[in-house]
Write a protein that binds this ligand. Structure first.
Ligand SMILES: [Zn+2]
Length: 221
């Protein structure tokens, strides 16, 4: 579990903490470099100087009602029999959502961008949950040639189109659109990408709704 926060005691760049429920929490400042971030996370909460058992980050309480969001993630993880990660919000990510995994590919947490409309956060959460399903179902198919956004180069729009055309992204997005359309009557096309990508995803989403079993799309009756 990790969370980007603006201020840490004594200008620390990172620290391990515990929530009142006893879950480990990795707090870090946005200034922590990516390399340091990965190193610290791998090391785990071993350095006792950074372990404050009673530390409590009140920011978690300030997020709006998370009931629906959590229930959605829990339902999907139950249906697919994959672990349900913790869900956090942060302003310090550029994509709508990211999933943080450990070295074994186990999803530790999903971070959603906090400045997005709750609908978009929900969409992003379902999208990220689908990545967890992909990883647990067919790593070869979805991730053998997968390139994270940060590894692509070029102008932003070009980069984004290339990123979204990957099988893992098309499937995750089509799944989210189809699922939310059926369950929450959202529009089938969210119009959040280029026209070309929007059309590809909408077409797929329709296919998923026609043959939900084939695409592991859990729909309520
Ligand atoms: Zn994705």
């Amino acid at each position: 579990m990790c969370l980007a926060v603006e201020f840490l005691p004594d200008n620390l760049l990172f620290m391990w903490a515990k929530t009142p429920e006893g879950a480990s929490l990795f707090l870090f400042t946005p200034q922590l470099s990516r390399t340091e971030f990965v190193r610290c996370l791998k090391d785990g909460p071993n350095d006792s100087s950074f372990c404050l058992n009673d530390f409590y980050f009140t920011g978690l309480e300030q997020v709006y009602d998370w009931g629906i969001i959590y229930a959605m993630a829990a339902d999907l993880s139950c249906h697919w029999n994959v672990p349900c990660p913790q869900v956090f919000c942060s302003n310090h990510i550029s994509l709508a959502g990211v999933t943080i995994c450990n070295n074994d590919g186990i999803a530790l947490c999903i971070i959603l961008r906090s400045d997005l409309h709750p609908d978009r956060q929900a969409e992003s959460l379902v999208h990220e949950m689908r990545h967890i399903w992909q990883y647990n179902t067919n790593q070869e198919k979805y991730f053998s040639n997968y390139r994270p956004f940060s590894e692509l180069s070029g102008a932003y729009e070009e980069k984004y189109t290339e990123y979204m055309k990957q099988e893992a992204e098309l499937d995750a997005e089509a799944f989210a659109w189809a699922f939310l359309h059926h369950e929450y009557k959202t529009p089938l096309n969210w119009d959040t990408h280029t026209d070309e990508i929007n059309q590809i995803i909408e077409m797929r989403a329709r296919e998923y709704l026609e043959r939900p079993d084939e695409y592991a799309l859990p729909l309520s009756a």
